[in-house]
Ligand binder design. Structure first.
Ligand SMILES: [Zn+2]
Length: 721
């Protein structure tokens, strides 16, 4: 997943309106226009955590003065003096905010977290002061309702619609007590979101299973042993091994460790993040978040938070999202039964004398894979070097979109971490497209998982602004001088996040609020998921999946095995994901009744018929997608929704000349990657595909039977637009 930063204006605010502050008065480098080449780059070399608070406060005060000027303009409201004027505000604050938020995901420490706890409610208050400004909203509404709107460009009309609906959805039409209550709720939520993510981060950073005896590592590949040895040393236990409580550390252990008791111990530690009853327990926080979200949705005139959230997404209603999820759930559970039977058979044959439990799933799935497909992850990994695959992504970007990536000399632009690197991206004419920052390695204070971030979005509004995007991951840094070898799953994630980056880099729009990845949340994963497919093309594998010792390309027979095993374990993957997505949606459809998260989760899963051998990919107390902000709340279904589009779009390539078909790639660039949020996503997809998406491709992709009727109605098309 990736993170949005505050959209110009609608995310932002000030304590005391300080009118008349000149931009030049804000001396902080965080607020200044970014210095240096490429239209300026983030001044990471000038960041001091202590500067965040004063910079954000000055930025909010300046933005507030700009907002007041627009709201009190004596001229009648027009697109130019209202909507375009709003697009031009908040530049300094946006610059400070993005660096502040980068530190939140990537460089978080105690000092930073103290600032975060203080500033998040203030930023929420600022946001509400803008969206609730009555004079400002009256002007936005006047432009939105004016017959003159028809004379604006389509992009300007879309921008006006975005400002208007965002304001209405934030409570601009409420009476004074209603507005006051929404603002109180938002501030309280901001505090709760911060506490929630800090609790999960604390459990991930501080908890580990330490192993003193090398024999307990039986089954683990060298890369996992190395990482665990380093983690133990970092924690003052040199000569031992530590399985840290993060996904990148836990999953390899669960896949390979022969010691079942240790697998169970590690598994329990991981699934109990945020749920251990101590000071980092998130249950009370979740209950309060759900109650406040439900109350706010009601105030705004929606039956539940889910209805509010889905209204401006491609799905439009929770019912349509549920319909899609349920259409996939049943065949996925059926597939899990088959997978478990295969695993149980192997365990029985080995005389293990066990029944498959959740801490056995990955371990025995790996054995089934070897038995059924003769495929061993450890056979693939030596061919998956991080640096080479990165070059493979550049090759893909070149062939599909005409982008050339050129590394910048170390030190030529500032970075916040010494092992980051930066590339310049140019088009076939040699013109600058943007910059790509890569922060690949795990470290303390960095959120787990992988994501894309836009440091600056493309626009042609006041000037021609080139984008700056980043990809962030948690690969385990190997020994100095040795290549970093990654798993097939990690390689897929690498291509996924790069898809987000290319979405940002391809943007060609006028206004920053509509730029790049600032599209509906259930559409944003479509470009990224689609690009995952290019990893397994022969052009990428033969050139870039080369053995780290011999330099030989991955053998064709091994690629064939990978292809045959592609749908392997799809029951597990779909069910662990969908269980989370369904619980998320149902929590937000439950209204304002008091909720005990653990109990709700247990009962919902029982009702769904959750296979006992699988646990949710993100259990409720650690579900940062859903409880560290509003973004993916009642929105985790987005990955499945997007994948429906993805599967169908990939078939557009395979039906034509294949993965590198230039005409299909050009249609994709033009209608999906370049347009940002300037058009309705359903229209963009239709222009690319020639029709609305259909669920059949998704079912084929996952190896599930395609229903002849019924499920086919769960398309993600434009029927309800
Ligand atoms: Zn993503």
């Amino acid at each position: 997943m990736h993170r949005y930063f505050v959209a110009p204006v609608l995310g932002v605010l000030a304590m005391t309106p300080l009118s008349g502050i000149a931009a030049a008065s804000s001396g902080s480098p965080l607020l200044q226009p970014w210095p240096g080449p490429y239209g300026g780059t983030p001044p990471f070399d000038a960041v001091h955590v202590a500067d965040f608070k004063p910079a954000l406060e000055t930025g909010m005060a300046e933005t507030w003065a700009e907002i007041e000027r627009i709201a009190n303009d004596p001229q009648p409201p027009t697109f130019a003096n209202t909507i375009a004027a709003l697009e031009a505000t908040s530049r300094a604050l946006d610059r400070a905010y993005i660096i502040y938020s980068i530190y939140g995901t990537s460089m978080s420490d105690d000092a930073y977290q103290a600032v975060e706890r203080e500033m998040e409610p203030k930023l929420a208050e600022f946001n509400d002061r803008i969206t609730q400004n009555e004079k400002l909203f009256a002007r936005i509404a006047a432009v939105y309702d004016s017959p003159d709107k028809a004379r604006l460009t389509p992009e300007q009309q879309r921008l006006t619609w975005v400002y208007y609906t965002n304001a209405v959805r934030a409570g601009a039409r409420l009476d004074a007590p209603g507005k006051k209550r929404v603002a109180e709720i938002n501030q309280r939520l901001a505090t709760l979101y911060t506490q929630f993510s800090q609790n999960v981060l604390a459990d991930e950073n501080e908890q580990a299973v330490t192993i003193a005896d090398a024999s307990a590592l039986a089954g683990l590949p060298e890369s996992a042993r190395t990482a665990e040895a380093e983690a133990a040393a970092e924690r003052g236990n040199k000569g031992q091994w530590a399985v840290v409580n993060t996904r990148s550390s836990v999953e390899p252990f669960l896949t390979y460790a022969e010691r079942r008791d240790l697998r169970e111990k590690v598994w329990r530690m991981f699934v109990d993040r945020g749920d251990s009853g101590g000071k980092t327990d998130n249950n009370a926080i979740i209950a309060e978040i759900l109650k406040l979200r439900a109350e706010r949705a009601k105030l705004l005139g929606y039956p539940t938070f889910a209805h509010w959230q889905l209204e401006n997404k491609m799905a439009k209603t929770p019912e349509r999202a549920l319909e899609l999820m349920e259409a996939v759930w049943t065949p996925a559970v059926a597939r899990v039964r088959e997978e478990v039977a295969d695993m149980q058979a192997i365990a029985d044959k080995e005389g293990a004398g066990i029944r498959i439990e959740p801490w056995d799933y990955r371990y025995y799935a790996e054995k089934v894979r070897k038995a059924k497909y003769d495929l061993d992850e450890n056979e693939i990994t030596p061919y998956l070097q991080l640096d080479k695959l990165r070059d493979g992504m550049f090759y893909m970007a070149q062939r599909l979109f005409g982008f050339t990536f050129t590394p910048l000399p170390v030190g030529s632009v500032p970075v916040y971490q010494s092992d980051m690197a930066v590339w310049k991206v140019t088009n076939p004419q040699g013109e600058l497209v943007g910059l790509w920052y890569f922060d690949p390695y795990a470290r303390t204070g960095k959120r787990s998982g992988a994501w894309m971030n836009a440091y600056r979005t493309q626009e042609r509004f006041e000037q021609d602004v080139k984008t700056i995007v980043s990809n962030n991951a948690n690969f385990v840094k190997g020994k100095p001088g040795e290549p970093v070898l990654i798993s097939w799953t990690d390689a897929t994630t690498l291509f996924h996040e790069f898809g987000h980056a290319l979405h940002g880099l391809s943007s060609s729009v006028q206004y920053p609020s509509l730029s790049g990845t600032r599209v509906a949340r259930d559409y944003v994963e479509f470009p990224s998921q689609l690009l995952e497919h290019w990893l397994s093309t022969p052009e990428i594998l033969n050139r870039y999946a080369v053995h780290y010792q011999t330099g030989q390309p991955i053998p064709a027979a091994l690629v064939e095995k990978i292809k045959r095993a592609e749908k392997f374990n799809e029951g597990f993957k779909t069910v662990e994901y969908l269980a989370s997505a369904l619980v998320d949606m149902k929590l937000h459809l439950a209204g304002d009744r008091p909720i005990d998260p653990d109990r709700f989760e247990r009962e919902t899963l029982a009702e769904l018929g959750m296979p006992h051998e699988i646990v949710m990919r993100h259990r409720t107390p650690q579900f940062t997608h859903v409880f560290s902000g509003d973004g993916y709340a009642a929105g985790y279904y987005s990955y499945l929704w997007s994948d429906t589009l993805t599967a169908d779009a990939w078939e557009a390539f395979t039906e034509a000349g294949g993965a590198w078909d230039a005409a299909v790639a050009e249609r994709l660039r033009k209608n999906v990657f370049a347009v940002g949020n300037t058009i309705d996503p359903a229209d963009g997809f239709r222009a690319f595909r020639g029709r609305d998406p259909d669920i059949g491709a998704l079912m084929r992709k996952r190896g599930f039977p395609v229903a002849r009727t019924g499920a086919a109605s769960a398309t993600t098309g434009g029927a309800q637009h």
